[in-house]
Design a protein around this ligand. Structure first.
Ligand SMILES: [Zn+2]
Length: 263
C-alpha cells in the first residue's frame, strides 16, 4: 500500500487487497476522504495513514455502497459522510447480507482475519445525501460530487476536483488488465447508461481519472472503455449467442459472460 500524489494535495492510496484505490483531497481547512475500505480494521489503517499526511478535520464520501468502498468508516467518526440517496438505501437493504457474503468469502479464501474484521464491522449510513450534484468547500478549494446516472450501480458518485482536473470515479471506471473484471457487473448496472455515465465523466474534462480499483488513468482510457461498453450493449440488445458474443466482444471471456449475463 502506498500514497501517490496525483495532483497538488490530491492523493490516491493503493492496496493489494482487491486492488482497491482510495483517495484524499487536502484543502486549507478540511480534507476529504474518498471511500473508507472494507472493514473496521482496514478503515483504522486508512485513517492512521491519512493522519500521517494531515491533521485537518475530515469529511468522508462514498463512491458507492459496495463493502470494499464503504464499510471502513467507523474509525473516521465523528464526521459528515456524503453519498447518493441510493447508496443509503443499498446499505440499509443489503449491508447485513453483504457482511455475511464477504465474511464467508474470506473464510473460504483462507483469510480469517479479514472475515473476523468484517463480522465486527457496522456499515455506516451516510448523513449528507447528494441526489444529483453538491459542492463541499475544503477551504481554498471546492470539490464537487456528481451523480453521472446509472453505471456500475444505480447510485455511483464521482468526486471532481476542478482546480486539479482530477476525478475520482469509484467503480464507474476500473483499471486492471482489461478495464473491467467479472466483478464489475452486477444486478443494477445498465451497459448503455454506464457508457453515458462515462460521457458525463468525460464532460468534466479530467486530466487524471482515479478508478476504484487499479492505477490512475487518463481520458483516453475512459473513452476506450466507454466504446467497449457500447459494443457489449449492442451485443446484448442484438441477442447475440454466447459464441457470437465471445467472438465480437472486446473483452475476455469472464468479463463478457458477466457483462451479458451468461452464467
Ligand atoms: Zn463496486
Amino acid at each position: 500500500m502506498s500514497w501517490t500524489e496525483v495532483a497538488d494535495g490530491v492523493f490516491a492510496r493503493r492496496y493489494d487487497e482487491l486492488d482497491l484505490t482510495t483517495g484524499l483531497v487536502l484543502g486549507q481547512e478540511r480534507c476529504l476522504v474518498i471511500d473508507t475500505r472494507g472493514d473496521v480494521d482496514q478503515g483504522a489503517e486508512f485513517a492512521a495513514a491519512v493522519r500521517e499526511l494531515t491533521e485537518l478535520p475530515w469529511s468522508v464520501v462514498y463512491t458507492h455502497a459496495h463493502f470494499d468502498h464503504a464499510f471502513g468508516t467507523t474509525p473516521f467518526l465523528p464526521c459528515d459522510v456524503w453519498a447518493h440517496p441510493g447508496c443509503l438505501r443499498a446499505l440499509l437493504k443489503n449491508g447485513e447480507a453483504d457482511k455475511r457474503t464477504w465474511t464467508a468469502h474470506y473464510r473460504e479464501e483462507g483469510k480469517p482475519e479479514i472475515a473476523d474484521a468484517i463480522e465486527r464491522t457496522g456499515p455506516m449510513p451516510p448523513d449528507r445525501l447528494v441526489a444529483d450534484r453538491a459542492e463541499l468547500d475544503l477551504g481554498g478549494r471546492t470539490v464537487a460530487f456528481v451523480h453521472p446516472g446509472v453505471a456500475h450501480t444505480d447510485h455511483d458518485l464521482l468526486v471532481h476536483i476542478p482546480d486539479a482536473d482530477v476525478v475520482f470515479a469509484g467503480d464507474v471506471v476500473e483499471h486492471g488488465p482489461h478495464g473491467f473484471t467479472a466483478y464489475s457487473f452486477g444486478p443494477d448496472d445498465q451497459l448503455d447508461a454506464w457508457a453515458a455515465a462515462m460521457d458525463a465523466l468525460l464532460a468534466l474534462k479530467p486530466r487524471i481519472v482515479v478508478p476504484g480499483h487499479g492505477d490512475p488513468v487518463d481520458e483516453e482510457f475512459v473513452r476506450t472503455h466507454r466504446d467497449g461498453l457500447l459494443r457489449l450493449h449492442e451485443l446484448k440488445t442484438a441477442g447475440a449467442s454466447l459464441e457470437e458474443a465471445l467472438r465480437d466482444s472486446p473483452y475476455p471471456e469472464d468479463v463478457t459472460r458477466a457483462a451479458l449475463g451468461f452464467s
